[in-house]
Ligand binder design. Structure first.
Ligand SMILES: Cc1ncc(COP(=O)(O)O)c(C=O)c1O
Length: 375
């Protein structure tokens, strides 16, 4: 039996009929751009997230970039973030002309270490961008305290954490602006690229509505300099349908994580691997279920690959050591925790439709690997 890292077709079969009905409505009306369905989806999102404003944009990357643009962050400014994330997090800062400033991560949560932020703050610092990695919130209380003390913006990269709760609030709604990605593999995924910005700030909302549409509210009259970054009406139909199930689906992810955890303990594998840490303040929606492999991570990865069990490494090389970020002049050893964790992490199959027997097989195959290497 194979276990796919992610099989989106199982979910597709479940919601197919309603999606097609929705598509047909759009094809009949031909309202592909800024159709009513986009507005309906944005309203549903404000209700779900309990936030006054939501603006659909073309991708999570654009959601981050446009957030900085709206805040007037640009050349000469610095934004503090984590090096242990997808490149798009830091590229969003680059696109404005500002400089990403990295700080190391917390070994348990893999999120930015708030205790290391203050040392990097200077007169050029304008914002902090925490990333809620894998589906678990960064230490927002600590980060919000620092931001307040130094009068800095917080832009949340909530691209991997749709539905995650921090205390009684959903992530993405805690900073001045929050960005979501609906890339197909995300817990709420579109059938193509899509993203969203959420905010409690009416002024930024109104500016963002123009910004995503060439600065226009009405056709062919530009009130400000904007871009083309709209969420497709067809994608809004998909997302609106999926939103109905998101709590159930995130709940299933959590149940799968629990089963993995139990099986790893039961089989005595704690000696070799560490299950994901769950912080007290945050829920973990397990967009990714990522273990730390204390020994022989790459050999385990290859072993699982040969046994047709899909796994992935997010992220082998932290951003400061990737060629694309050479101009920042970081070097090996600058962020030792991120570098160490990059050699240990392994993400295992997780998606709502994953079956119990598949989880059992993943754990059993990991057990087989360690039996084999011990012999
Ligand atoms: C943490 C993080 N930030 C930003 C993004 C960018 O999102 P998108 O692919 O929708 O542009 C992603 C998705 O890959 C991500 O995982």
């Amino acid at each position: 039996m194979k276990v796919p890292f992610l099989d989106l077709s199982r979910q597709y079969r479940y919601i197919k009929n309603n999606i097609f009905m929705g598509f047909e409505g759009i094809f009949e009306k031909q309202n592909f751009i800024l159709g009513k369905e986009l507005n309906d989806f944005e309203v549903k999102m404000t209700e779900y997230l309990d936030v006054p404003y939501a603006i659909g944009v073309a991708s999570g990357s654009d959601a981050l970039w446009l957030s900085f643009e709206i805040l007037g962050i640009g050349p000469g400014d610095e934004v503090i973030t984590t090096p242990f994330t997808h490149a798009s997090t830091a590229i969003a800062i680059y696109r404005t002309g500002a400089t990403p400033i990295f700080v190391d991560i917390d070994e348990r949560t893999f999120n930015i270490n708030p205790g290391a932020i203050e040392k990097k703050i200077n007169s050029n610092t304008k914002a902090i961008m925490p990333v809620h990695l894998y589906g678990q919130a960064a230490d927002m209380n600590f980060i919000m305290k620092i931001a307040k003390q130094h009068d800095l913006f917080i832009i949340e990269d909530a691209c991997q954490a749709f539905g995650t709760e921090y205390g009684s609030e959903k992530v993405g709604t805690l900073g001045i602006l929050g960005a979501f990605s609906f890339y197909p593999t995300k817990s709420l995924g579109a059938y193509g690229d899509a993203g969203m910005i959420v905010t409690k700030n009416e002024k930024y909302y109104n500016e963002m509505l123009k910004m995503r549409n060439h600065g226009e509210l009405n056709n062919n009259y530009s009130e400000s300099i904007g871009v083309n970054s709209r969420l497709d009406t067809l994608q809004a139909v998909v997302l609106m349908e999926k939103l109905k199930y998101i709590d159930n689906w995130n709940g299933l992810r959590m149940e799968h994580a629990k089963l993995y955890n139990e099986l790893f303990h039961k089989k005595g594998l704690d000696e070799y691997i560490e299950i994901p840490y769950e912080s007290e303040m945050s829920t973990h929606i397990y967009n990714l279920y990522t273990i730390k492999v204390k020994e022989k991570r790459d050999l385990l990865y290859n072993f699982l690959y040969k046994k047709e069990i899909g796994t992935k490494i997010y992220y082998k090389t932290p951003l400061h050591l990737q060629k694309g970020f050479n101009s920042l002049n970081y070097k090996e050893g600058d962020f030792p925790i991120a570098e160490k964790i990059g050699n240990e992490v392994l993400s295992l199959p997780i998606f709502p439709e994953l079956r119990e027997d598949e989880i059992e097989l993943v754990v059993k195959t990991i057990e087989d690997f360690y039996k084999e290497v011990k012999e």
